[in-house]
Design a protein around this ligand. Sequence first.
Ligand SMILES: Cc1ncc(COP(=O)(O)O)c(C=O)c1O
Length: 355
Amino acid sequence: MPDTSLDPENWGALRAAAHDMLDAALAKMQSASEGRVWNPLPDDLKQSLTVDIPREGIGIARTQHAVQALLPYGVGNTHPRFFGWVHGAGTPGGMVADIAAAAMNANLGGRDHGAIYVENQVVEWVRDLFDFPASSSGLVVSGTSMATVVALKVARDVKLAFANQKGGIGAAELVGYTSVQTHNCVARAFDLLGLGTDALRLIAVDENFEMDIAALKSAIAADKAAGKTPFCIVGTAGSVNVGAIDDLDAIADIAKAEDIWFHVDGAFGASLMLSEPMRPRLKGITRADSLAFDFHKWWHVNYAVGFVLIRHGADHLRAFTMTAEYLAGQKRGLAAGGPWPADYGFSWSLAGSIR
Ligand SMILES: Cc1ncc(COP(=O)(O)O)c(C=O)c1O
């Protein structure tokens, strides 16, 4: 074998090491409920991770040993008594799927291959679950923060009739609204999108930590009177502090009456759509212009995977499509099958839902 190959020198040894790693990983998952939830990484292991860049390979056995030594020192979210930060636990089945995904090593940005069809199916399922129209679109992303950026970019571009895509947002004074309880991914998206965090009005909450609807209406009226352009309202389905769910239906009414984009942060709470008794608490979520949520939270898919759903697929596509000759789609073959996931977001390389 030429020494330029990335293949293992000895497939048999690699196969044995892989089986050994699988056994170690399964044993960890099977015993997930034993012991403490979180164990700090011991000093000697920390020390072992501060070595110089190895210029020579260290071989399978030493690599295997080093990786397996880390298995007990995760975040703790695989333990059934981990209740922090709405982390998902992942599942043994998800781990097995990850093995296949790693073997395929598919780039879900686009093109015509097996994993893309899984992606399309996931979009279809989410659309159905939230009762969005066939013309809606969706994208698997790394999490709700990224989903929020994607959604609010579409909202911003729509309000500016897409003129900003070439000319920038100029003097447009766009403002948006969310409650004081909302996750800071919304403020971060405002920053990233060049709107500035001051443009995000933080509306007071009532005794249930839900957005005060009267205060929302007053804030919109005040901004309009001051010559600003309200462009989005972000409702929360499951707030990060206490799990409060805003009155999404009332927000949808206001957004419709005022011609403002209605976005929902459903990072973990959107999963209640799967629960017969809890679904009514989400009333109004199906009226959103966009929805962001995570598969890696209460759906317990392995990290990192979230989703953004956009009601008007054509606007979504217009907000992100940018052609390049080296990425041109074709009528047949591997380069066929557009629009691709990358046409709905700004990364060309995507892990997608297959992993
Ligand atoms: C309500 C809410 N929104 C947004 C986020 C951010 O999600 P992610 O970490 O997937 O970007 C979280 C994370 O805890 C959250 O609870």
